[in-house]
Ligand binder design. Structure first.
Ligand code: SAH
Ligand code: SF4
Length: 352
């Protein structure tokens, strides 16, 4: 019989061995500020064992900032009159993907607001053309009917990113007015069933969010067997109703990333841009705390600046080529390397 470990350090050891923790155990580790480094070191070890030292770069194309939704935290929300809206053409999107190949990326992430101009058919055309370039295609366009997801999978899309943001239904529906938690959950199930690699994740620091909710988020990801997990702190945006909210805590977000690596050892976990917006070199810190993916921006010129989910976004003045060489150098300086394959999820079974 398993003896209940008494110290939090013993809980970390247990997570390294068994990749399982209870909700209460997760809360204890999320709360333990003094354990941040130890947890990161344990997650870094598990990352090394399960997904290796390669860092996968995914070229991010932010192709439209037009959105029909009104999420309380996001600068692209439809009621924000200050965002100057743009939408790239199909040809422009494909041209950026072609450039991404030139920078050496093997995946592009097509991200946008929920812009219904991009119908199922129009998106399918974009996907087919980009798949002709021998790239893995990740989509992140929000909630759609199952038929749309099916058409895009048919067209060749490989992966889909849709953060659940929080698994607390009431909190979700308060902060995402007009949206239903059940529908977001339905989207994730549909995507899994259709054979996508599915990425989801938490926005850390939502007003009213508790450690127990974060713990339940982690268990939800484990139950659904998420393939990718994007975790980022809330960065208050003055142009939104959450402009005066407290920013998400960097170290709490970091502990959450580490716990995700311990409990979902095979997952691809990005060091998100929002982490670096909060702390210089934040992405390296997160890469050393369990993460193995970075998503450098491929969007060009003024559009980078206009795709403003939150303020203070890094590197808006850089060119995509600068981002590529900067990230490559930083990864090598850490003793890691830029992976040259498409970076699909490894499947070892529940425990290696
Ligand atoms: N419209 C799509 C994709 C773009 S939004 C969608 O909502 O899924 C991508 C992510 O940006 C969201 O999931 C959210 O977690 C994050 N985001 C939005 N506003 C933010 C803010 N103020 N601070 C930090 N992250 C934010
Ligand atoms: Fe739109 Fe996504 Fe922003 Fe919500 S988070 S307002 S769906 S872009």
């Amino acid at each position: 019989m398993e003896v209940t470990p008494e110290t939090n350090a013993a809980l970390v050891d247990k997570a390294v061995r068994l990749h399982r923790l209870t909700e209460n155990e997760l809360v204890r580790l999320l709360a333990d500020e003094a354990l941040t480094e130890e947890l990161a070191a344990a997650a870094d070890q598990v990352r090394h064992e399960y997904v290796g030292d390669g860092v996968h770069l995914r070229g991010l194309i932010e192709f439209s900032n037009i959105c029909r939704q009104n999420c309380m935290y996001c600068g692209l929300r439809r009621d924000n009159p200050h965002t100057e809206r743009y939408r790239l053409t199909v040809d422009e999107i494909v041209a950026l993907a072609r450039k991404a190949v030139g920078y050496g990326y093997h995946t592009v992430v097509l991200q946008s607001g929920e812009d219904m101009y991009f119908t199922a058919e129009r998106m399918a055309e974009i996907i087919r053309r980009i798949k002709g370039l021998d790239l893995a295609v990740t989509l992140s366009l929000g909630e759609r009917p199952r038929e749309d997801y099916a058409a895009w999978r048919e067209a060749g899309a490989d992966r889909y990113l849709l953060r659940i943001e929080t698994t607390d239904r009431a909190l979700y529906e308060k902060l995402d007015p007009g949206m239903s938690w059940a529908n977001r959950d339905r989207c994730l199930r549909d995507l899994k069933e259709l054979g996508y690699e599915v990425g989801t994740g938490t926005l850390v620091g939502l007003p009213g969010q508790t450690l127990a909710m974060l713990a339940r988020d982690i268990l939800y990801y484990q139950r659904m067997d998420a393939d990718m997990l994007g975790i980022g702190p809330l960065i208050p945006n003055q142009e939104t109703p959450l402009g005066e909210a407290k920013p998400g805590d960097f170290d709490l977000t970091r502990r959450m990333v580490s716990l995700l690596r311990l409990l979902l050892p095979e997952a691809n976990i990005p060091a998100t841009t929002a982490m670096e917006t909060m702390v210089p070199h934040g992405r390296e810190i997160i890469l050393a705390s369990g993460a193995n993916v970075v998503m450098p921006n491929v969007t060009e010129g003024d559009y980078r600046h206009k795709y403003a989910l939150y303020p203070g976004k890094i590197c808006v003045a850089d060119t995509p080529a600068q981002c590529r060489s900067c990230m490559g150098g930083r990864i090598q300086a850490m003793g890691r390397y830029v992976a040259e394959d498409k970076g699909f999820r490894h499947h070892y079974g529940a425990v290696k």
